[in-house]
Design a protein around this ligand. Structure first.
Ligand SMILES: NC(=O)c1ccc[n+]([C@@H]2O[C@H](COP(=O)([O-])OP(=O)(O)OC[C@H]3O[C@@H](n4cnc5c(N)ncnc54)[C@H](O)[C@@H]3O)[C@@H](O)[C@H]2O)c1
Length: 292
């Protein structure tokens, strides 16, 4: 048997908003393999996530796969990945209690809080995406929404990777995994508002970063997941229709499960994937391979 053993590894996981998030399932898979977890969640989601981590009603959602026990997170840190430093945040956000009750809620603020808590970082999960105009077609997408979507959904991979890279280097290497969607390379109706562009950018940025950091044994990969009814996906429009369509037209005619994305992520973060970097791995039941 070849085990995936991540014991002693520290994982920084972005994008946990609730117990349906891909990042939630990814966290459970990483911990089932032995990793210690730190969450960097949107400031407005921190309380919700802390509740799910404690409430009796959510005990089932916390159960780790493979009978590995119950999900335990060392700390949920607030991080709005739209901002590198407090100077970048508009005054209205800096003065908003939902953000500033966490102190410095930017990437720098989150890293300043994380650094004294950990011996280093081995794994970074980028599972964040946002567009305020996701329902707008490309033709109707405003410049502001387009740039915001790219800033939050794509540039944040670069900013977060830059922030953790020295801590990974000190550990002898590390693994970064981001989440993409086929809407970044093919036309998917309803995937507008700059999100398709953001995913295209995310994929090439991951390859660029993999090149920048390869000599330091830091690997950067992307999982392109099939459609799945998370909170973000439900904002797209008819997610059920998209899931049914993908299921009907995939090589394996069924929907994907979040646990399957999580298992593939654990593999990419493990020594079993030691020569895999700059790769986009489709976890989509083969939908991407279809011609018609
Ligand atoms: N659900 C799907 O069908 C699907 C398919 C392929 C890829 N993906 C990708 O998977 C990733 C995770 O999405 P999900 O489906 O789990 O949905 P989700 O809503 O559970 O996760 C998205 C997360 O992004 C966070 N976020 C948004 N703006 C942020 C900001 N400014 N700062 C910090 N966090 C912010 C949200 O709080 C949320 O936790 C995204 O990159 C998404 O595009 C989703």
């Amino acid at each position: 048997m070849i085990p995936i053993d991540l014991s002693g590894k520290v994982a920084l996981v972005t994008g946990v908003g609730d117990s349906e998030s891909f990042a939630w399932f990814i966290s459970k898979a990483l911990q089932a393999a032995g990793a210690k977890l730190y969450f960097a969640s949107h400031p407005r989601m921190v309380g919700i996530v802390e509740n799910i981590l404690e409430r009796e009603a959510d005990a089932e959602a916390r159960a780790l796969p493979y009978g590995a026990g119950e999900l335990k997170v060392e700390k949920v840190l607030a991080c709005d990945v739209a901002y590198d430093t407090l100077e970048d945040a508009p005054e209205a956000i800096r003065n908003d209690r939902r953000w500033n009750k966490h102190g410095d809620f930017t990437i720098k603020g989150m890293m300043d809080k994380l650094t004294p808590l950990v011996p280093g970082v081995d794994i970074l999960i980028h599972s964040v995406a946002f567009s305020r105009e996701i329902k707008n077609r490309q033709l109707e997408t405003s410049r502001a929404a387009y740039l915001e979507a790219i800033g939050i959904s794509s540039y944040s991979l670069t900013a977060l990777t830059r922030a953790v890279a020295p801590m990974m280097e000190a550990r002898g290497g590390g693994s970064v995994v981001g989440l993409s969607y086929i809407g970044g390379v093919r036309v998917v109706p309803h995937y507008g508002g700059g999100m398709s562009t953001a995913k295209a950018a995310l994929e090439i940025d991951a390859r660029q970063l993999a090149g920048n950091l390869g000599s330091k044994n830091i690997r950067v990969n992307i999982i392109s997941a099939g459609p799945y009814a998370s909170r973000a996906a439900s904002a797209i429009g008819d997610i059920k229709k998209m899931i049914d369509h993908a299921a009907e037209h995939s090589l394996m005619p069924r929907p994907i499960g979040a646990d399957e994305v999580a298992n593939a992520t654990a593999f990419l973060c493990s020594p079993l994937a030691s020569a895999i970097t700059g790769h986009v791995l489709y976890v989509d039941c083969g939908y991407n391979a279809m011609g018609v």
